[in-house]
Each structure stands twice: as C-alpha cells, then as structure tokens.
Design a protein around this ligand. Sequence first.
Ligand SMILES: Nc1ncnc2c1ncn2[C@@H]1O[C@H](COP(=O)(O)OP(=O)(O)OP(=O)(O)O)[C@@H](O)[C@H]1O
Length: 256
Amino acid sequence: MSLLVVDKLSKQYNKSFQALDHISFQVCEGESIGIVGESGSGKSTLAKLLLGLEIYKEGRITFNGEEIPPKKRSLFRQYRKDVQMIFQDSTSTLNPKLPIWKSLLEPLNNFKDFTPSFLKGSFSQKETAERLLEMVGLDKEMADRYPWELSGGQKQRVSIARALSIEPSLLVCDEPTASLDVTIQVQILHLLKDIQKTTNMAILFISHDIRAVAHLCDNVLVLKNGSIVDQFRLGDLYDIHRHPYTKALVQAATLE
Ligand SMILES: Nc1ncnc2c1ncn2[C@@H]1O[C@H](COP(=O)(O)OP(=O)(O)OP(=O)(O)O)[C@@H](O)[C@H]1O
C-alpha cells in the first residue's frame, strides 16, 4: 500500500528559480527508496517540503491519503509521529545540555499515549533509553554521556534510535552518512538495512552518493536540476538503458 505519494510537485524560489519541477513518486509500506542527485539538484528542498518546513503551490503530497502538510492539528501531530527524519548533522538534533538518555526520550515523551512494541512490560525512563541505545548497537553506558562526548557515528546512531523510538512508518534520511568516515558510513547503512528488515518501516534515503543509495535501497530515483531524470530498481543500475546522467554518477563513484 502507498504511504507517501508525491504528485507533480514543483517548488519555485524567488518567483522564477525552479528548484523542483513536477516530480512524482510513491513510497510503499516497508519499501526503501533512494533519491540521488548532485549538489543543488533539489534534494533538501524535497525533504523540507515533506516535513512542512517549506510550502509548495504546485502539485500534491499525500501521506496515508491525507494532504501534507495536514491542516488539522491532530493530523499534523500524527504525521509528526509517523514520519521521522535523520539529518546529516546529528549534533543539531541533540540538546548539548542534556545527557543522551534524556534527548533519546524526547519523542516518546511527546507521544505519551503511545507504547512502542519494544516496550511491552514496565521500564523506567532510563531503562527505555538504554534499550534504545542497544537497539542501534551502542553500549548502554553511553546513556549518561553528553553529545560532545560522542563521535559523529555514535551521535548518528543516537539520532536513529531517537527516530525509531516511536516506530514511524516512514524514515526520511537526508544525507545521514555524508559527514562520516567511509567505514562508519558502511556501518550506519548496515544498521539502517537491518532495522528495515526487522520492522515494516519504509525508508526514503536522500543522498548525493549513489554507492550509499545502492547499499540500502530497492528503488532509485535520480534527481537533476529539480527533475527526476531516471527511475529504476537497484538490480537495473548497470543496465545499458540508464540515463546518461545516472551512468555519469556511477562512473564518478567508481573513480573515487
Ligand atoms: N531558500 C532558498 N531560496 C532560494 N534558493 C534556494 C533556497 N533553498 C534552496 N535554493 C536553491 O534551490 C536549489 C536546490 O537546493 P537544495 O538545497 O534543495 O539542493 P541539494 O540537492 O539538497 O544540494 P546539497 O546536496 O548541496 O545540499 C539550489 O540551486 C539552491 O541554491
């Protein structure tokens, strides 16, 4: 079933600059979709529109059949729970004044009427945070640390744990591995893949790096100057009929 439907979505800045030009795609339950494009192709603009951080005048976004951003307060709140986001810079999402365990619990504390499936039974707040840390491969001792006492990869794992805590149906990742070393990037991609296998969560993975997208995603969309120029299943990445721009991205990644 389609969760997210983006239909002929356009976004103009400064009345004339077309950052997105009639893009359409769907994300179904449990699916992983990658959107790849170089700098300036419109990836972050798309992420901002999905989160309601920018407004659009042309096209349509729906989530579970409801128009995005939802106008009703209650639907907006539900959307905030169902769609979680991970950014490139996880430092900005963690409050430097709070120990990790308190930051981790913020989403769950915002949705107190919701009990995630991994919390059947009774757990203290601290135990809940420790469980979340273990779910993303971190030692529970990290619960008492502050963000500045963690490495970039560890902070990104905390951001993932925070996002997963309220069991979203869609996780939007905007360049989540871009600022990490290659080995840590691979670990984070493995983690996301493992999580996706064990939950029915869909992932929309936005990246400039076709290798990262190929690692994680079943379906790939290629964005260039605000338009989708190619769209294919991962197995067809090396197909002779790929768009020349896709071939150029693959070639550039091979040369790196
Ligand atoms: N608020 C804004 N006002 C005017 N132009 C903007 C604004 N935000 C983005 N743009 C322009 O829209 C285009 C797409 O930007 P966007 O940030 O979506 O690209 P991107 O693919 O995420 O790039 P990067 O990978 O470098 O972050 C760029 O040319 C950018 O300069």
